[in-house]
Design a binder for this molecule. Structure first.
Ligand SMILES: [Zn+2]
Length: 169
């Protein structure tokens, strides 16, 4: 839809330019101002500017299952944040609710000190929020289908997620 609109806008600009006997470049130049050379609007910007992050956030933003991203985050939790993976991807040692993503191989649990867990939770909130199917860590981590939800959303589960970070994708 966005592309369609862009094409529509370009089409309209061409119509207008034909009516006014101007080129599209003339119109754009008028919008940008005379001092901005077309094609070099921001020569100092590095290539890739506009990408939201350089630390992996450009990985898939889908809320569908993404085994590669899930596996990546599990290894990051262990390697970069010093957390212990208490329930690895593909494992379901019991105690999970019936519809738990652990039973589908789409979740892991990671545990550590409160500070370690808080840092990992912050990292997920900041970089992968829209990619997460579930993030549950009390406090600070409460995401469902890529959107923040209040802790009360989880009912009694919220109180059971003080000692670990639950991640599902
Ligand atoms: Zn879990």
């Amino acid at each position: 839809m966005t592309l369609g609109f862009a094409l529509f806008a370009i089409g309209m600009a061409m119509v207008v330019s034909a009516l006014k006997d101007q080129t599209v470049a003339d119109i754009l130049r008028g919008a940008l101002g005379p001092d901005v050379p077309l094609g070099k609007a921001n020569p100092s910007a590095p290539s890739g500017a506009g990408v939201s992050s350089t630390d992996g956030a450009s990985l898939t933003q889908s809320k569908e299952s993404s085994p590669r991203l899930l596996s990546y985050l599990q290894s990051v939790a262990s390697r970069n944040f010093g957390l212990e993976i208490t329930e690895p991807i593909g494992s379901d040692s019991g105690g999970h609710v019936a519809d738990s993503y652990h039973k589908q191989g789409r979740a892991f649990d990671a545990s550590g000190t409160p500070e370690q867990m808080a840092k990992f939770t912050e990292f997920l909130n900041h970089n992968f929020k829209t990619s997460l199917t579930e993030l549950i860590h009390n406090p600070g981590g409460s995401i469902k289908n890529g959107k923040s939800v209040p802790g009360s959303f989880w009912g009694s589960l919220w109180g059971e997620h003080k000692g670990h970070v639950h991640v599902a994708i």
